[in-house]
Design a protein around this ligand. Structure first.
Ligand code: GLN
Length: 444
């Protein structure tokens, strides 16, 4: 009694989604699932879910933002989506993204850009910008994204919501259209930390179909911490000179003061190699992408451009099907992996990755969590960085080191700058999701 009928709730979100004009959604269900009444008995109570386009969903378009996969209907569902459905959530919508998750603004989407609901002249961040915009605009109570170098945390920050990148291996990658397999992780978006934890609790776990999935050693518990007594937060020493906009810096400083007021101790940590994170990432991620994207050949999936012979069919299909950023990454990645250049680029980047992981191991021996602004700035105007890939890549300056190390990190809202949301990133050692969620709950 007094409970919302999940069918009414689903229909309300469905109607809002069908009418949205942010360019956030690539597909919307045309009716509630037939088994909604049964889902109601499950822990997630039939609540609707928005899912990033790159998760395979059986019989539902799964295009990874790419023309090469336009209209692709997978014959199976990604493990994390299936787990959430088994726990009682219902698939409401698929969300737009940067093509193959390459980008920080959702402008690299073959089906048009997504707009930020706070200011529709601005980007929602990316690559999971459709998911973050959908949650921020109330088109879904929560959503799934993926994070390779920042693609959950950065759009969460720019849309004023919560987004968690799990420990690498906590969640199965089975059925996620791959970008950079040693970095890709699925994770939740929600409007607050409790909902984020609730969705996450039903996502992780070992999956025999993903050999890199290990699950988590403990169940996710809903956060309860009111204070941060006994918690030590580390602030990277160089955060001062890392090109942060003044309004973001002010919001970050206010968040540190709140943390102190709640009993946390703030300490400086040294991460001497973190500044090389972006350079290493933009060798490693394109290298892995160039290999993962070899499967799009016009034979097995999606688009095929007819041509007189097989080789020209491959090249014409890839010419027509991939957008400019994807081509740029394939070129960089193929070059970095070529014989004669491998040691100079790929092997060096792997060494930097190890050094960053060691920096973080040393830091986490001294502090419980590391805090940074999630991004150097707030949501930027559409088009303002599209001709400048390097400035777009710097969006991930604070998020990429934790991706390279495979450790978990969350972005939570921490005030406004110029009327736009600012994100606070909290990162911890591998498998410390419960600690991160608890601290984020106390701070939100
Ligand atoms: N913005 C980064 C990139 O373009 C990260 C993307 C992601 O995490 N998927 O690669």
């Amino acid at each position: 009694a007094g409970e919302l009928d999940p069918a009414d709730l689903f229909e309300a979100y469905r109607a809002a989604s069908a009418a949205e004009d942010l360019g956030a959604l690539s597909w919307v269900a045309d009716a509630a699932p037939a088994d909604l009444a049964a889902l109601r008995e499950q822990p997630l109570r039939g609540l609707p879910l928005a899912v990033k386009d790159l998760f395979c969903t059986e019989g539902v378009p799964s295009q990874a933002g790419s023309k090469i996969l336009e209209g692709y209907l997978p014959p199976y569902t990604a493990t994390v989506v299936q787990r959430l459905q088994d726990a009682g959530s219902s698939l409401l919508s698929k969300t737009h993204q940067d093509e193959f998750a390459m980008g920080s603004s959702t402008e690299n989407c073959a089906f048009g850009p997504t707009r930020n609901p706070w200011d529709t002249t601005r980007v929602p961040g990316g690559s999971s910008g459709g998911s973050s915009a959908a949650v921020a605009a109330g088109l879904a109570p929560w959503a799934l994204g993926t994070d390779t170098g920042g693609s959950i945390r950065q759009p969460a920050a720019l849309c004023g919501i919560v987004g968690l990148k799990p420990t690498y291996g906590a969640c199965s990658r089975f059925g996620m259209i791959a970008f950079a397999s040693s970095l890709d992780q699925a994770g939740p978006f929600a409007r607050d930390v409790t909902d984020t934890a609730l969705l996450y609790a039903h996502m992780h776990g070992r999956d025999p179909r993903d050999a890199t999935s290990v699950g988590l050693p403990e169940a996710t518990v809903l956060p309860t911490a009111q204070r941060l007594d006994g918690i030590t937060l580390g602030v990277p020493k160089d955060v001062e000179r890392d090109g942060i906009e003044p309004g973001v810096r002010a919001a970050f400083d206010a968040a540190l003061q709140t943390a102190r007021d709640l009993g946390a101790e703030i300490r400086e940590v040294e991460l001497p190699h973190a500044e090389y994170g972006i350079a290493a990432y933009y060798v490693l991620a394109p290298a892995e992408a160039s290999s993962n994207l070899a499967r799009f050949d016009g034979v097995r999936y999606g688009l095929r451009t007819e041509a007189p012979d097989l080789l020209s069919m491959y090249t014409r299909t890839r010419h027509d099907g991939f957008g400019p950023e994807v081509k740029r990454r394939i070129l960089i990645g193929t070059y970095a992996l070529s014989s004669g250049y491998y040691d100079a680029y790929y092997a060096s980047a792997q060494k930097v990755r190890t050094l960053i992981r060691r920096d973080l191991d040393a830091a986490f021996a001294d502090v419980d969590l590391i805090v940074t602004p999630t991004t150097p700035g707030v949501a930027f105007p559409l088009g303002s960085k599209t001709d400048d890939p390097l400035s777009m890549y710097l969006e991930d300056y604070f998020t990429v080191p934790f991706s390279l190390a495979g450790v978990p990190a969350i972005s939570i809202p921490c005030g406004l700058s110029e009327g736009l949301p600012v994100g606070l990133q909290l990162a911890g050692p591998a498998f410390s999701e419960n600690r991160i969620l608890d601290a984020a709950f106390a701070l939100e």
